[in-house]
Design a protein around this ligand. Sequence first.
Ligand code: NAD
Length: 497
Amino acid sequence: MTHHVPAGLPDRVRHFIDGAFVDSLGGETFDVLDPVTNEPYVQAAAGRQADVERAVAAARRAFTDGPWPKLLPRERSRVLHRIADLVEERDARLAELETFDTGLPISQALGQARRAAENFRFFADLIVAQHDDAFKVPGRQLNYVNRKPKGVAGLITPWNTPFMLESWKLAPALATGNTVVLKPAEFTPLSASLWPEIFREAGVPDGVFNLVNGLGEEAGDALVKHPDVPLISFTGESSTGALIFANAAPFLKGLSMELGGKSPAVVFADADLEAALDATIFGVFSLNGERCTAGSRILVERPIYDEFVERYAERARNIVVGDPHDPATEVGALVHPEHTAKVLSYVELGASEGRLVAGGGRPAHRPEGNWIAPTVFADVPPEARIFQEEIFGPVVAITPFDTDEEALALANGVKYGLAAYLWTTSLTRAHTFAQSVDAGMVWLNSNNVRDLRTPFGGVKASGLGHEGGYRSIDFYTDQQAVHITLDEAHSPRFGRG
Ligand code: NAD
């Protein structure tokens, strides 16, 4: 088996603090594994509290003494557009590094840079076009909203599509004039090491962007508990989100949480079956199934159930599992042996909870390592753990239903509420169902296509708060109400007799 290792890998993945690459103050490191061989390919600096303090101090200085928060929106916007240009130019390199570090198929890693760049362009445009409210109280007062950046934003991100998800937080945090400390996921720190060069070339002043690598319980925890970091934007597992919520509580921090999901794809008998098959296959097996918005529970109306299951299983069996760098690969290597073990444990469990119709373990041609054959369980009852719990791999549960009411109860019968996908040609049913389903985002007869203006986020255990469009601007800024008296001051005259 040939395996592509990118040329020019760093000898060590370092922190980036106050405009310089640095090691941990105590010299600690951790191993980063190649997901294809499961061998360590590089050591990364393991940030501890002292490193986080150093990064926050630099970000704080850049915020209080530096030019960034005070730049005119147009000036910051120009820098952000330059960042977007540089990110786009590096698409091929980014895809190569991302595929190497995460095991995502190269065909799906290509284009991530365009999406990351688009996040910067979008907020670059938004801060220039943005207006704030002003109110007139006739004859008495004028009030207006003075929007201010909050300070040092703490950004904590997961390992699935790491660079793109980092950009989703970096762009609005920086656009609104904050300075940042980013803590990328420890499984996949490689692509984040592209940011310092991009920001430097684009003209971001030293100290505005800081990067601390390390484990969640150490570097992430220190960021969450740092008193000079007034807000944390977190993407990751719901259980980690709950812990961060508790740890941030004594500091009364602003929190934005994008958490896990177990999203339903509901296929009604009147759906365009071909389109629904394409979308529901892609919806769970793209990005190796390591996708927060994966449609990992497919609910299918009884009259088309048997045909759907048969055709779905056949397609799943044909999915090409292979080397992530091979352009023909559709499902690559899962990110890490620990994660593979977790997904495999669900595959084993599923054999007793549902009817296995495709996959069921490692594929025959890849008997070792982080490969899992696309796995499909049919007839999965709603109380099954593979119906209830996020697996975050190429595994799907299919369940039949008879009525719209039953479909809704099934769709809503889990703790999560991130996305929902509905397939039907009935306009009334589509909108009625969409408005009743517990999901932050709904796609009707559509794959997961993001419009950056719309709210992004989940309900129930899938998240807290929404980002996207003006909502991100709201999260990363304080809105101060300034009141001006017109004419005389209108104060009641106490003590004048
Ligand atoms: P994770 O919760 O294990 O880790 C996410 C990040 O949090 C990592 O950087 C980690 O180091 C850090 N972290 C861990 N413990 C911490 C602590 N105690 N304090 C501070 N930081 C800590 O998640 P993961 O396994 O990296 O990512 C997969 C999860 O992310 C899935 O549940 C997936 O659904 C979710 N996700 C959600 C979205 C969304 O937008 N809703 C997007 C992508 C991924």
